[in-house]
Every structure is written in C-alpha cells, then in structure tokens.
Design a protein around this ligand. Structure first.
Ligand code: TRP
Length: 461
C-alpha cells in the first residue's frame, strides 16, 4: 500500500490550505502520549526512588503529587496545544492579543523547547546504554566476548556510538510524520512493552528472595515521610514521568482531535503512566532482593541503597548472570523493555522542536528531523566528552528546576492571561457539559491560585 507522506509530512503554517498533521484516533493519541510519559523515568527512576525513600511511603506521596499537581498541569498543557493547533512557540504567543503577553508567551515557549532539547541530549546517552546492554547478551551468545565487554564498558567510544544509534532510530520515526511514524510505532511498541513488563514481573516473583522485595515495596516506612527531600523528589518524579512543562505534551495536544474530551484523555494518560510505574516497581524491587539473595550487594556500607545507575547497570546484570542460561533471555527482555520505553519517549521529545522549526521556518519535516536530531546529538556528544562536569548538571537544571517551573508558567498563562470564555470554549469541545461540571468549577481557579502556592511550598521547603 502506498504511504501518504504528503498528509503527514506537512510543514505548513496551518493556514487552512493544507491539513495539519493529527493523530488518527483517540487510541493513537493515548498510546503516543502514554508512550511519551512511560519511559526510563517509570521503569528505572520510580522503583529506585521507592526503594530509597521508604517504600510505599514514597508511593503515597508520589500519588498525591500526581493528583494534586501533575494531572491539573497536564490538562493545562494539552489544552494550550489543542486550542492553538500550532507549534508551542506560536501557541504560547496566541493566548492573548496584547503585544506584551504575545512576546512573553513566545519566550516561555522557546524556553520550553530549549529545555526539552537538553533533556533529549542526556536521555539519549542513557538510552544508548540501554541499547548496548540489550545487545551484550546477544554478543556473548554469538561468542564475541570482546564486543560484549565493550558494550558494557561505559567508555567514551561506546557512549558516543550507542547515543548516535539511539538518536538515529528516533530521527527515523520522527521523519515519517505524526500518524505514519509516531502513532504507528507507539501503537506497536506500547503493547509490546506492556507484555514484556508483565511477563518479567511474573517471572521474577517466582524466584527466591522476591517476597522481601514485595514487602519492601508494599509496606510503608513512614520514618522517611518527613525528609525534606521527599516532597521535591516526588514532585520532580511526577513531572518528569508525565513529560510535563517542556512542550512535548503541548505538541501532542495540538494533534488531538476536537472530538475528544481534554480532562478525560489526560486522565487516561495519567492512569496509564502511573500504572506502568507501579508495575515496574513490582519488577525492579523484587529483582533487587532476588539479586541480594543470590549474593549481589545492593546496599552501600552505610546502609543506604546503591546509586540508582549502579542498580540498573551493575546489580541487575549481575542477577541475570547468576541465573544461568535463562539469564541471557531475561536480560535481553529487560533491556528491550527499557529501550522501547525510552524510544517512545524520545520520539515525543524530538517531535516538539522539529514541529516548531518546521512551522516557524516553513521548512520540511524530513530535513528538519535530521538537522535538529543532528544538533541534539552534537550537544549530547559534548556532554559525553565532559561527562563529569556536565551530565548531572544538565539533568538537575532541566528536570528538577526547568520542568516544574515551566509547567507552572504554562498553567498560569492559561488561567491568568487567556480570556475565561476562550478557555471554557476549548474545554467544551469533546465535553459539551463542561460548564456544569465539577471539573470546570474547580480546575481553573485551582490552577490559578492553588498550584503556584503548592509548588512554591514544595520547592522552598
Ligand atoms: N516521561 C519520560 C519518562 O518517564 C521522560 C521525559 C521526561 C520526557 N521529560 C520529558 C518525555 C519531556 C518527553 C518530554 O522517562
């Protein structure tokens, strides 16, 4: 069947002459947005935060953060995108007719895109390692021991090549366009990821030592609940996990059909993302205690959990190695799961700058995917070459400060700058009863007044 590049490959300024790219169905949107949300943050970040911050106590605080801050912000960011039907910079600039707010909005949009581009550049490094760890057991099985040890070496050459390979796959999908690339791949990859996750968790449960992990996961240790870092960590984790504040969700929102209800669709994405995080905990935490039962060290001498990177790249591979022949298969499945989750996230990240530059400069998607993907890879390479100095710094600046603050600015501009009747009008699309709903009675003033106060409280505490 011939593909339809003309439809998906548009880079028009949405002047009504050419149809704008769009997801072809609600399922397609939900899979793609959940694909963005479900990533390394869920499968690696969430479980290790749980293990390090009092088990179920962290889960409770995390769920609270998702409900009171992340979900309301997710609706806000999606609403801005769908209302404008434009790229984030144009969308943020279209919330008001006043020149001051037009400029301010565009600057906030640009800040989001720049932050997002930096997020891709570190995300691609981590994802490259995941790819390498997936290939390592294969290299071993093929008898290529030299290659196998290089693949897990953390050397500069490995970092550069693995990052480049991951970026190449991401660029390939984004080049194909919204429904032909992103939607098609998300619809294939997300169910595959789900099956791998459930299968692996079920298998790990059967192994000796898994119950301790399960207990640690489900039993809250409230001694951690007053730690000042707990709230900030839980908030950062929630914003990172839902891909908030950096225009990725805004761009996906701009491809969402007007027939869909924004609060409902956002709730579906939040529910999927949170379920995958909770499920991943059922896999990773019992896997840690199984590893411990097999004699692998998971705690540092001072009793704290080992660094989270050590856990994924040292402890789990050690566990897989101790499992004999089945271990190689489990290792491949585990790192394939992580790589797939990372890919559907990185696609959503690259899509935002590509869409913005294509629309603003009226240039073609295919070329811009390569140009922007290439530029991000160069930044990524600079981080790799100055790893000690830059990696942690970029992660902290973009995710701990950038994402929550930018998400807050989106929410504030939507509720303070945009006229209330325009906001209501947009929310009514797909939910005609909006005006009478509880959602409309609570959400606008909640985002306007309560979210900023809550967030300041968390950040300044
Ligand atoms: N949510 C993704 C994860 O959990 C990663 C992510 C963070 C992201 N920020 C983003 C994805 C911004 C897209 C856009 O791993």
């Amino acid at each position: 069947m011939p593909s339809a590049p003309a439809q998906n490959d548009i880079a028009s300024s949405n002047d009504g002459l050419q149809p704008r790219s769009a997801f072809s169905s609600r399922l397609g949107f939900v899979m793609a947005a959940a694909g963005s949300a479900v990533g390394v943050g869920n499968i690696w970040g969430f479980p290790t935060q749980v293990a390090g911050h009092g088990g179920a106590a962290f889960i409770l605080v995390y769920l609270l953060m998702v409900v009171v801050l992340a979900y309301p912000m997710l609706v806000a960011e999606m609403t801005i995108g769908r209302m404008a039907q434009k790229n984030p910079v144009a969308a943020m600039g279209s919330l008001s007719d006043k020149p001051f707010w037009k400029k301010t909005g565009a600057v906030v949009g640009i800040a989001g895109i720049v932050t997002l581009s930096l997020i891709i550049s570190f995300y691609a490094i981590i994802s490259g390692w995941l790819l390498a760890f997936m290939l390592e057991p294969l290299a071993k099985l093929a008898g290529m021991t030299g290659l196998a040890s290089w693949l897990t070496s953390f050397s500069t050459s490995l970092n550069l090549i693995a990052m480049g390979a991951f970026m190449a796959v991401t660029i390939h999908v984004v080049r194909a366009g919204v429904s032909n690339g992103i939607e098609r791949w998300s619809k294939k990859l997300m169910p595959m990821m789900f099956i791998l996750l459930i299968g692996l968790a079920a298998y790990i449960m059967t192994l000796e030592g898994a119950e301790q992990g399960l207990l640690m996961y489900l039993k809250p240790d409230f001694s951690h609940i007053l730690e000042p870092s707990l709230l900030v960590n839980a908030m950062g984790q929630a914003f990172f996990s839902l891909s908030l504040g950096v225009c990725a969700i805004m761009v996906y929102g701009s491809y969402l059909s007007e027939k869909e209800s924004l609060p409902k669709t956002a709730a579906m994405v939040t529910a999927l993302d949170t379920s995958v995080a909770l499920l991943a905990g059922l896999l990773v935490i019992p896997a840690m205690t199984v590893a411990q039962a097999n004699g692998v060290t998971i705690y540092a001498p001072d009793g704290t959990l080992l660094e989270s990177d050590t856990l994924v790249f040292t402890v789990l591979p050690a566990l897989f190695n101790s499992m004999g022949a089945a271990g190689s298969l489990v290792a491949i499945a585990f790192f394939a799961l992580m790589s797939i989750a990372a890919l559907t996230s990185s696609i959503s990240m690259l899509e935002a700058p590509v869409n913005t530059v294509c629309e603003q400069l009226n240039s073609c998607r295919s070329r811009m995917s390569i140009v922007i993907g290439g530029a991000v890879s160069v930044v990524s390479a600079i981080i790799i070459l100055n790893f000690e100095a830059l990696f942690g710094l970029v992660v902290t600046l973009t995710t701990v400060y950038g994402q929550p603050l930018l998400a807050l600015l989106f929410g504030l501009m939507l509720t303070w700058v945009l006229r209330r009747d325009r906001l209501l009008n947009e929310l009514k699309k797909g939910s005609p009863d909006m005006e009478q709903s509880l959602f409309w009675k609570i959400w606008p003033w909640y985002v306007k007044f309560v979210c900023p106060v809550l967030m300041l409280f968390v950040l300044l505490k």
